[in-house]
Design a protein around this ligand. Structure first.
Ligand SMILES: *[C@@H]1O[C@H](CO)[C@@H](O)[C@H](O)[C@H]1NC(C)=O
Ligand SMILES: *[C@@H]1O[C@H](CO)[C@@H](O)[C@H](O)[C@H]1NC(C)=O
Ligand SMILES: *[C@@H]1O[C@H](CO)[C@@H](O)[C@H](O)[C@H]1NC(C)=O
Ligand SMILES: *[C@@H]1O[C@H](CO)[C@@H](O)[C@H](O)[C@H]1NC(C)=O
Length: 406
């Protein structure tokens, strides 16, 4: 029960040493404007805010080696990383979470390299947020060895292409958030490696057209996905190979498609155009699927919370597809006699307020309908729907007539 003298003396000394190291570490800052704040008894949040539009120049005025040894999350706003490969965060085994805002944003700044900057910490990072960072392109090696990455956000990173191999090592990923890019081409198969765990996908304000949206390897399913946010893209439909990856979800899947700049079915009054036929069928096929938001037509009508497809009727699309497959009876506009169904629809309803008119249809199982801005009653939406059903019926009738006559 008696302690040797040596340990009695050593004990206080070691306390002093630990306290000293701690105090020193707390002072340790990569730049005077940064601060360390304690997350818990062991870890630190190192934050370097944007101070009066100054730039953290790495390596000139920002010392990567002085990032706190027990850093858990690192957040830097407005930085510049030199082009040379050696500028990398030094090994920090507790680092989980990195957020970079506004990096290498000037025209003459070099490209920011994910592969180089995170070289020493990537094997344990869980959450990476890059916003307004000049990445320009993603290569297969950029995300190689990010074995533990769970969440990845890339907003405004100036990429124009998403290739299928960029996420090949990221099997743990549960959230992908890519926004505000201008994609000329996107290979949807980039999600295949992360499909096993991906719960949330946000790909917004990025896809510029349907034309280069492809799937080089369509054989995968996003089976645990619960949210797919594809809002604010400039698209007119979802490619079949994309829809097919949404087929096996065992959980409820919410799909957001609202696009303020580009409503669907632009030449229609509502969401009843054939480009959305397979989307409508997909929703009707399972009660585990819901379109959280979509807007269609001119003037645009917004369908929220499962109001799409409601009672919209796409039978004409199926008829036309079946009929046109082998084009035995091409029905063109010229073939259709003078009855113009559109005149039946237009009545008097919304003239004069074309650009400001936006209706909203809100629904759930009971498809309750509320509507409007500027006092336009919900009945407008209902009657528009009813009249387009009528129009569809008229068209089918006309097509049948034409077919019969031949
Ligand atoms: C990561 O850091 C960001 C920014 O500091 C913060 O918003 C986010 O909650 C952090 N995530 C985790 C998992 O700690
Ligand atoms: C599709 O890709 C081709 C070749 O990469 C490109 O020239 C074209 O501009 C792209 N189309 C769109 C609409 O971005
Ligand atoms: C349509 O025609 C193509 C050849 O033009 C043929 O391969 C296909 O089987 C036909 N489909 C039907 C449904 O008759
Ligand atoms: C159209 O609206 C005007 C007033 O805006 C009204 O006087 C007229 O009777 C309406 N016509 C029809 C066919 O409803």
């Amino acid at each position: 029960m008696t302690m040797p003298y040596s340990s009695l003396i050593a004990f206080p000394i070691s306390i002093c040493l630990v306290a000293g190291v701690k105090a020193q570490a707390q002072e340790l800052l990569p730049h005077v404007n940064c601060k360390n704040s304690q997350v818990n008894s062991r870890f630190f949040h190192v934050q370097c805010p944007d101070m009066n539009r100054g730039v953290y120049m790495i390596p000139k005025n920002f010392d990567l080696s002085s990032i706190h040894p027990f850093v858990y999350s690192l957040e830097i706003t407005r930085g510049y990383v030199g082009a040379e490969e050696l500028y990398a965060i030094l090994p920090r085994s507790s680092l989980d979470n990195v957020t970079l805002f506004d990096f290498n944003t000037e025209d003459l700044d070099p490209r920011f390299s994910i592969m180089s900057f995170f070289r020493n910490v990537k094997s344990h990072l869980r959450n990476l947020i890059l916003t307004n960072v000049k990445i320009l392109y993603l290569e297969r090696d950029d995300f190689r060895d990010f074995f533990k990455l769970e969440e990845i956000t890339m907003h405004k990173v100036f990429i124009s292409v998403i290739r299928p191999d960029i996420f090949e090592d990221l099997s743990k990923v549960i959230m992908v958030n890519i926004g505000t890019n201008s994609l000329q081409s996107i290979d949807w198969s980039f999600l295949k490696p992360v499909s096993g765990n991906l719960k949330t996908l946000r790909l917004t304000s990025s896809i510029r057209s349907n034309s280069n949206w492809t799937c080089s390897d369509p054989k995968f399913e996003l089976g645990v996905l619960t949210t797919a946010d594809l809002s604010e893209n400039i698209i007119t439909f979802l490619p079949d190979c994309v829809m097919n990856t949404f087929r096996s979800t065992t959980t409820f899947l919410h799909l957001h498609l609202y696009s303020g700049i580009n409503p669907y079915c632009r030449d229609s009054r509502d969401c009843g155009c054939c480009a959305l036929c397979s989307l409508a069928n997909w929703v009707r096929d399972s009660s585990y699927r819901k379109i959280s938001s979509i807007n269609c037509g001119n003037p645009p009508i917004k369908y929220e919370n499962g109001a799409f497809p409601g009672q919209l009727n796409y039978e004409m699309c199926n008829e036309m597809e079946a009929g046109s497959t082998n084009a035995s009876i091409p029905v063109t506009e010229a073939d259709i006699p003078t009855t113009d169904p559109v005149t039946h629809l237009s009545h008097n309803t919304t003239h004069g307020s074309f650009s400001t008119f936006v209706s909203t249809v809100v629904g759930d199982e009971s498809t309750s309908i509320t509507a409007y801005t500027d006092g336009t009653p919900s009945a407008t939406v209902l009657s528009a729907t009813a009249s387009s059903v009528a129009a569809v019926t008229v068209l089918i009738g006309v097509a049948a007539l034409v077919a019969f006559r031949r």
